[in-house]
Design a protein around this ligand. Structure first.
Ligand SMILES: Nc1ncnc2c1ncn2[C@@H]1O[C@H](COP(=O)(O)OP(=O)(O)OP(=O)(O)O)[C@@H](O)[C@H]1O
Length: 205
């Protein structure tokens, strides 16, 4: 039996004005997988992820999502005047969560509990990114789409991120990560390279 699919993208094209960025991308994400998307700067990785989560409409092609998802954008979408705790409460309402137990567990795991009362505009870049990632994971969705989620993380936090990603996969979640770091490729079940507007499977890392 074929594994359960979480995301299926078929023949997706995307142009910005006259600039053609994606030219026929096919991409399938199965349950319980850890998938890497790599490619040079400007090759269209963020564009592909935005299309995958529904933030951008493709110029052509189909996108099918089979589950709820969590999206960690490259630039955190946060409000600088609210604190970390206020963000968690805001997203608790948006996600209709009964409590914030999991969110605080993630805050502890990523090591920024001391900043719970800090306004986000005063956080360091790495801590801001920890909040960005927490907001994508706190409702425990089956599909996670993470665009360079560990930018600015120190080494310890970076390692803890990969441990968490592996745990999520073993719990049946599907994790898609855009990565630039060669030494991270070992963590993936499958790596896809975006080149000349198309996605090429590189096999298991
Ligand atoms: N809103 C936009 N309007 C016009 N061009 C855009 C827009 N967003 C992205 N582009 C262009 O599309 C191309 C792909 O951008 P994208 O951000 O998807 O690449 P990327 O692979 O994620 O790059 P990086 O590795 O630098 O993050 C780039 O040439 C970029 O300048």
């Amino acid at each position: 039996m074929a594994p359960e699919r979480r995301l299926h993208i078929s023949d997706v094209h995307k142009s910005y004005g006259r600039r053609s960025v994606l030219r026929g991308v096919d991409f399938t994400v199965s349950a319980g997988s850890l998938t890497g998307v790599v490619g040079e700067n400007g090759s269209g990785k963020s564009t592909l992820l935005k299309i995958a989560v529904g933030q951008l409409t493709p110029s052509r092609g189909t996108v099918r999502r089979f589950s709820a998802l969590g999206y960690c954008p490259q630039q955190a979408v946060v409000n600088d005047t609210l604190t970390v705790a206020q963000h968690l409460r805001l997203f608790q309402v948006a996600y209709r969560l009964p409590d914030l137990e999991r969110a605080w567990e993630l805050v502890d795991l990523l090591g920024f509990a001391d900043e719970r009362r800090t306004q986000v505009g005063r956080l360091s870049g790495g801590t801001r990114q920890k909040l960005n990632l927490t907001l994508a994971l706190m409702h425990d969705p089956p599909l996670l789409v993470l665009d360079e989620p560990y930018q600015g993380f120190d080494w310890d936090t970076h390692q803890r991120f990969w441990h968490l990603a592996g745990r999520l996969r073993s719990q049946g979640r599907s994790v898609v990560v855009v990565s630039h770091l060669l030494h991270d490729l070992q963590h993936f079940d499958m790596v896809h390279q975006l080149r000349d507007g198309r996605l090429y499977p590189q096999g298991a890392a």
